[in-house]
Design a protein around this ligand. Structure first.
Ligand code: ATP
Ligand code: MG
Length: 333
């Protein structure tokens, strides 16, 4: 880990703790070191401490213990300086909904002293990105929850801060919009050198978008790495085989292969644990031919970030989705 040593990390936290009363430890000793020009995805279930962490890093909350720096500036002692150099959007909306969508963006640009030409161009670009062109002249208070979220995200993207914090940026948005926003954020990072910290409880978002993923659970960072490294750490691939013929012979021959780590014979599917699925597929198929076994279907299953999450937390992130939706509906009503 010697990236960013030249100028230090863009975001740094040491032993960050946030308590609410005596009962709740929302953030429980989080260490972060995020180099500049990265997308860091903080992945975790409801109540894990994601929003609290972002609130501390953006100076809205003071930590109970520990310290944090953004762009080398202390988030408590130099809060004003930090605020000038970061952008943030929260999962709970803070829009002035008497304004039209276009006005929200335009006023935000004015606030940040953007010139007229740039402001207008950016407004139109972002209205298109979040698919609010048609609704741009309507007051935000007439927007649906999803539309308000999209507007909120567009507003955060009006200016180009050095560090941008996004709290669940694509929550509840449809797959196409989410994919377009991911592309936009990636391009933004490439072009502007921006550092992004985003929270999400979507596995695919973390996997697709983040250079580094931190898994947070009950206020603690339980794992960290590139999505690829975290997944590879899970170990072997599994090849799933469905077929007919001499199953016993096939299983026996496959089991004898040196690179095969485990064979699990189910009623229809035979699961073969191997070191590297893509490389071993052909050899497994060859064994079928030798064993008078006809393969009808063969696939390589990769462990997913979901499996990583399960390993570190003992829970499936998916389990949290229904409560998440419920929680969000309460917020929006
Ligand atoms: N103002 C508060 N007073 C008391 N407890 C709080 C307060 N804000 C948050 N908490 C608690 O702190 C913990 C972390 O909350 P936080 O909002 O940071 O989680 P999160 O990861 O953002 O969750 P979600 O995915 O639901 O947004 C939770 O247990 C929450 O109930
Ligand atoms: Mg939150």
């Amino acid at each position: 880990m010697n990236e960013g040593l030249d100028n230090g990390p863009a975001i740094e936290a040491r032993g960050l703790v946030k308590r609410y009363g005596d009962q709740v430890v929302a953030v429980d000793g989080v260490d972060l070191s995020i180099p500049a020009n990265r997308i860091y995805g903080l992945l975790g279930p409801n109540g894990a401490g994601k929003t609290t962490t972002i609130s501390i890093l953006t100076t809205l909350l003071e930590p109970t213990a520990g310290e944090a720096k953004v762009l080398g500036l202390d988030v408590v002692k130099q809060a004003g300086d930090v605020r000038q150099r970061v952008g943030v959007t929260f999962q709970e909306m803070v829009l002035d909904d008497e304004l039209t969508g276009r006005q929200v963006l335009d006023y935000h640009g004015r606030l940040y002293r953007m010139g007229k030409t740039e402001r207008q161009a950016k407004t139109e670009e972002l209205l298109a990105l979040v698919e609010l062109e048609e609704a741009a002249e309507r007051k935000a208070k007439t927007y649906s929850g999803g539309m308000k979220r999209r507007l909120e995200l567009a507003r955060a993207l009006m200016t180009t801060p050095e560090v941008l914090f996004l709290d669940e940026p694509t929550l509840g948005l449809d797959p196409q919009t989410r994919a377009r926003i991911w592309d936009y954020l990636r391009a933004l990072k490439e072009e502007s050198g921006m550092t992004l910290l985003l929270t999400t409880h979507y596995m695919d978002e973390a996997e697709e978008l983040a250079d580094t993923v931190g898994i947070i659970d009950r206020g603690k960072l339980v794992a960290e790495g590139t999505p690829q490294a975290l997944i590879e750490e899970m170990g072997a691939d599994t090849i799933h085989v469905i077929g007919e013929g001499d199953r016993e012979a096939f299983v026996e021959n496959v089991s004898a292969l040196p690179f095969v780590q485990a064979v699990d014979v189910g009623r229809t599917v035979i699961q073969v644990g191997v070191d590297l699925g893509s490389k071993r597929l052909v050899e497994i198929i060859a064994q079928a031919t030798d064993s008078a076994f006809t393969i009808q279907d063969i696939t390589v299953a990769k462990p997913s970030l979901g499996d990583v999450f399960l390993k570190y937390t003992g829970r499936r992130l998916r389990d949290t989705d229904s409560t998440q939706t419920h929680h969000r509906m309460l917020l929006m009503s």
